[in-house]
Design a protein around this ligand. Structure first.
Ligand SMILES: Cc1ncc(COP(=O)(O)O)c(C=O)c1O
Length: 378
């Protein structure tokens, strides 16, 4: 089958190639070069952060988070079951036990009403995921976390530039993580960032990212030689990737406004059809500004979703489902997950379909997607 409308295509909108060429001419293509510094400064200024450190992926930023929180075998970490493996894998690597919590049926975010029942004396972190870049109920989550001084690490892979009650996602937790993977609004192919809101973590984060050395302090002239000072790994991206990323960040408003138009077109043209066919469209609480990361539909059941995806594919349109419940994955079951543990997640996971969504998706292609959806026979 020839694909006419793809699910995702990376978009090039700014000075990506020119900046990569400049990085080559700079003779600095390893990490922490001029483009890494500019991209980090851009994130720090635009988001109003203490420190942003570019990483090779959101997965690696999450691993840095688990390092920084000194997660030990047997520690419990609270996470929604409806998320990507990396959110929790980064902590399980260090021996943590995932405590899977169900999601809200409206925003598909961690259900804050279940949080109190999931916290124990062994809870060492809470990991809210802002699904589709719509903010979790951060007031309630932060209040529960603060009562027991449990750190919050926001997995903000989808949510760059989204807001909850006027405050940017990624600025609530002690730490937050971003993804710049090809499917994200702002990309460099593979990449990520650790956002550090609690300044107590900054120095150790630099060391962990630099293979356990104090090389960052050396480069700033704060020590006269650098050496092995702590545990660490290699999480620093090449300046070539940072060059690509900076070019995208510089035109983020343009990217966001394209994506807003795409999202609103789907919503405007599918709203009535959805309401009359028992299909749920995304819910954005009035106090949330979403990041326009994706557009999804919740179909009545798995059988309809399977036919829906196959029908669109037969017309050359690629739509995809999303996360399988983590507690029912092979690993999740080994760790004690059982059917029925997270009923909302189990139902949503069977019914959710993501429509083609990328920054340069043309109006003509989008109109074609909508036309095929409106013709779908239930
Ligand atoms: C919620 C969430 N967290 C983390 C990741 C991992 O991101 P990366 O590919 O940058 O490691 C993803 C991937 O899409 C994701 O959806």
């Amino acid at each position: 089958m020839q694909i006419i409308v793809d699910f995702n295509k990376p978009s090039f909108l700014g000075n990506e190639l020119a900046y990569i060429q400049q990085a080559i001419e700079n003779r600095h293509i390893s990490g922490d070069g001029p483009f890494t510094k500019k991209a980090q400064a851009f994130l720090e200024t635009t988001l109003g952060l203490g420190r942003a450190l570019l990483t090779t992926s959101c997965t690696h930023a999450l691993e840095m988070g688990a390092f920084l929180l000194d997660i030990q075998p047997g520690d419990e970490v609270i996470v929604p079951s409806f998320t990507f493996t990396s959110t929790i894998n980064a902590f399980v690597i260090r021996g943590a036990r995932p405590v899977f919590v169900d999601i809200r049926p409206d925003t598909l975010n961690l259900d804050e009403r279940l949080l109190e029942g999931a916290i124990t004396s062994r809870t060492r972190a809470i990991l809210p995921v802002h699904y589709a870049g719509v903010g979790c109920e951060m007031d309630a989550i932060l209040a529960s976390a603060a009562r027991r001084t449990i750190p919050v690490v926001e997995d903000n892979a989808h949510g760059l530039f989204g807001k909850y009650k006027g405050k940017l996602l990624g600025t609530f937790g002690s730490l937050a993580t971003q993804s710049f993977h090809e499917t994200k609004n702002i990309t460099c192919g593979e990449g990520g960032a650790l956002l550090i809101n609690d300044p107590a973590f900054i120095e150790r984060a630099e060391i962990i990212r630099e293979k356990g050395t104090n090389r960052s302090r050396f480069f700033r002239g704060q020590v006269d030689k650098y050496t092995w000072v702590d545990l660490g790994s290699s999480y620093l991206p090449s300046d070539l990737l940072a060059a690509f990323l900076l070019a995208q960040l510089e035109v983020y408003q343009e990217i966001q406004s394209h994506r807003q138009r795409i999202w609103q077109y789907y919503q405007a043209h599918l709203g009535d059809w959805a309401a009359s066919n028992g299909v749920q469209t995304p819910f954005i609480p009035p106090y949330c500004e979403q990041s326009y990361h994706m557009y999804y539909l919740l179909l009545p059941n798995l059988e309809t979703r399977t036919r829906f995806i196959a029908t669109l594919l037969s017309r050359g349109i690629l739509s995809v489902f999303h996360y399988l419940p983590l507690h029912l994955s092979d690993m999740g079951r080994k760790l004690g997950g059982r059917s029925g543990d997270c009923p909302v997640t189990e139902s949503i996971s069977d019914r959710l379909v993501r429509l083609p969504f990328y920054t340069t998706l043309s109006l003509a292609d989008q109109a074609r997607v909508v036309e095929e959806i409106l013709a779908f026979q239930f």
